[in-house]
Design a protein around this ligand. Structure first.
Ligand code: SF4
Ligand code: SF4
Ligand code: SF4
Length: 316
């Protein structure tokens, strides 16, 4: 792996202060988006930041056995809020097709704000925390029985998500320009309700089917989800990452084996690097698992990492 690391002083391990920093970050985002678009966005982002911070705080202070409950709390309180309240009640289609429609209309609203914050600029600061803590699809996927990943299916299956991303954009462009289909996206739009319901049912159906077929709860996230395309770019440079202390590590590799995204955590630790993989969803499972307390979340700057280190299933 090609990497160029900044010296250690540019990193700060601050897990204790993380919940309050996350909360303040979301309040600032709320103030900016409220000024640029609608005042209600301050309330929206304060709520999301508050639930995220509470879940993190819970996870930090719970016993080792119960640490995951904090993350589940955030997944449920934010996921249900976005899916049921913003989606089904307020009829905001936050799925990727909703983003394309809003962009084609040229409006800074709805899914454009959601994607700008959580998928484009947010990952530069808090990586793919969206995927680990707040996504409403993973809120359901994480309840399925295949919590221990068997590793990645050999081959370049991760590219399928880029095809999905292009297909989603292509279909919307065809509808908009080719068939002059311009759905109503304002107010209590029936069009948006249909896109949201059908889109989510399809995503849930495919994601759950894939989890059972591959015996891996997060299979959809690894191979098919188009939303990861913009997120992976920012996540590579994220300020928040997992950091390991090689002098404490006993090479047990429990962190890599229990990572739901198959990240080779131990390799990064032994190489003296923070976990720069854009596949990391910052779920903290490795941090909670490490028997030596060698892993922490830290804020800092890293150099340029050219590829993800992920665990593959052995070829037969
Ligand atoms: S990869 Fe997609 S489905 Fe999985 S958690 Fe992230 S946004 Fe949600
Ligand atoms: S779980 Fe901890 S001790 Fe074991 S390999 Fe990972 S970092 Fe090292
Ligand atoms: S590397 Fe750690 S924090 Fe990242 S996805 Fe894997 S278990 Fe979660």
């Amino acid at each position: 792996m090609t990497s160029l690391n900044f010296p250690r002083p540019l990193r700060t391990i601050m897990p204790k202060n993380l919940p309050i920093l996350i909360f303040l970050l979301f309040v600032v985002v709320g103030i900016v988006t409220a000024a640029l678009a609608e005042p209600i966005l301050l309330l929206n982002f304060t709520y999301i930041g508050g639930m995220f911070a509470l879940g993190l705080h819970w996870s930090q202070h719970a016993s080792k056995r119960n640490k995951n409950r904090g993350r589940r709390f955030t997944q449920l309180t934010v996921g249900l809020y976005m899916l049921l309240f913003l989606g089904l009640f307020a009829r905001q289609n936050m799925q990727i097709e909703g983003l394309w429609f809003w962009l084609l209309e040229g409006a800074f609203a709805g899914a454009v704000i959601h994607y700008s914050v959580s998928k484009v600029f947010g990952p530069l600061i808090i990586g793919r925390s969206w995927c680990g803590w707040t996504c409403w699809t993973s809120m359901v996927l994480d309840t399925l029985p295949f919590k221990r990943s068997p590793g990645r299916v050999p081959g370049k299956w991760g590219w399928v998500r880029y095809i999905h991303f292009a297909l989603s954009l292509g279909v919307v462009l065809l509808l908009w320009h080719g068939l002059s289909y311009h759905p109503d996206m304002h107010g209590w739009s029936l069009d948006m309700l249909l896109w949201l319901s059908v889109g989510n049912l399809l995503y849930y159906g495919v994601a759950i089917g894939l989890a059972y077929a591959l015996k891996d709860n997060r299979a959809f996230c690894k191979y098919l989800c188009p939303v990861t395309v913009p997120m992976k770019l920012g996540a590579r440079f994220s300020l928040l990452k997992v950091e390991g202390d090689a002098s404490l590590c006993n090479n047990c590799d429990a962190c890599s084996k229990l990572c739901p995204m198959d990240v080779k955590v131990q390799k990064y630790v032994l190489d003296g690097e923070r976990v720069a993989s854009s596949e990391c969803i910052l779920c903290s499972r490795c941090v909670q698992t490490c028997p030596k307390g060698a892993l922490k979340l830290s804020l800092g700057l890293d150099g340029i990492h050219s590829q993800d280190q992920v665990r593959q299933q052995p070829t037969r």
